[in-house]
Design a protein around this ligand. Structure first.
Ligand SMILES: [Zn+2]
Length: 346
């Protein structure tokens, strides 16, 4: 509890904003910085660390095992969502926050049922079970939800349940505005769910813009909704990973810039608030990307060595009370324990 913890960051945070750039390794961060002419939001973080990411059955993790490592603190197999290596459900940080009376939120640029967000509220052994994952969302009553994947709620193939109607019956305010038409955020007396699309939301280059704004509005919504015990919010730049899988350099740079804007909004809030811990990391690197000789700030020659994930260590950035816990080299499962320690959760 005392390793190099400075006075400033030894305070306990009240709120947590946990941000994941899916597939965001050091190469992606560096390329984004050069593309913005040597500017990067990451230089606003006083604390950085490095993290190993292997899953229980592979040196190279997927997003399910990677996010479950953060959310539950256990190594599990690729494809797992909120279950340990023996397929037993493990309690997540978001569920713990909720049980302690904190407000909760998830804002992502993929389906809300996709592996990373799902690992914070669902418990299934197979990430492809999207309809089953959607049911967990109905039960969990998260205060602020933004993401795609509407069809898993109201065009279900395995049962005829309409989860949108069920959520409305339990008090949710649901918007089905298309991804490019940001809805007016309603009053905070009831939880809010914006389903941005039936399928996956498109990339930034194809017209999606909501992540930075919804990060900011989500923070202000859940803060107003219940500010007595603090909040726990998960934000994901989900499509950095997809750009890596498709070795698409322009999309990658655009998705990184979008995620950086969301981070800037979270940091602006945390700076004013003074009681918020912001942690930014990734589940793994995607694409084995490097910046080749001959590149300059006007023209980056990015080369991918893979269409899949890689096993490089992943940077972690922390800001605010409790940030010092995130210094050094550690394992992805330690993120869970560091957040618990910072919050004083036993
Ligand atoms: Zn991936």
């Amino acid at each position: 509890m005392t390793y190099g913890v400075s006075q400033e960051t030894a305070k306990r945070p009240k709120n947590i904003i946990f941000m994941v750039g899916d597939g965001m390794g050091l190469g992606q961060i560096t390329a984004s910085m050069y593309a913005q002419r040597n500017k990067t939001v990451f230089d606003r973080f006083p604390v950085t660390g490095l993290m190993t990411t292997q899953s229980s059955n592979h040196l190279i993790t997927d997003s399910g095992a990677g996010a479950t490592a953060f959310s539950c603190g256990c190594k599990t197999f690729n494809g797992a969502i909120g279950v340990n290596a023996k397929k037993h459900p493990c309690p997540t940080l978001l569920e713990t926050a909720d049980s302690l009376g904190m407000a909760t939120g998830i804002v992502v640029t993929c389906s809300i049922t996709h592996a990373t967000p799902a690992s914070f509220y669902a418990h299934v052994p197979e990430r492809a079970s999207m309809e089953e994952i959607a049911v967990w969302l109905v039960q969990n009553r998260i205060d602020f939800l933004i993401g795609g994947g509407g069809k898993y709620f109201n065009k279900r193939t395995k049962d005829k349940r309409n989860l949108v109607q069920e959520m409305e019956k339990t008090g949710y305010q649901v918007s089905t505005n298309r991804y490019d038409s940001i809805p007016k955020i309603p009053g905070t007396e009831r939880p809010f769910f914006w389903i941005t699309s039936e399928e996956e939301p498109p990339s930034v280059l194809k017209g999606r813009t909501f992540l930075p704004e919804m990060t900011q509005k989500g923070i202000s919504f859940i803060q107003k909704r219940d500010n007595s015990r603090g909040f726990f919010m998960v934000v994901e730049g989900s499509q950095i990973d997809w750009a890596g899988h498709s070795n698409d350099k322009l999309t990658l740079i655009a998705e990184m810039a979008d995620f950086e804007k969301a981070i800037a909004n979270a940091l602006d809030f945390a700076k004013k608030d003074g009681e918020t811990l912001v942690v930014v990391t990734a589940d793994h690197e995607t694409g084995g990307m490097s910046i080749l000789q001959g590149s300059n700030l006007d023209s980056l020659d990015l080369k991918f060595t893979s269409k899949g994930h890689t096993a490089s260590m992943i940077p972690v950035f922390a800001y605010g009370p409790g940030a010092d816990f995130f210094n050094g080299i550690y394992d992805n499962t330690d993120i869970f324990y560091k957040i618990k320690k910072a919050m004083g959760w036993n």
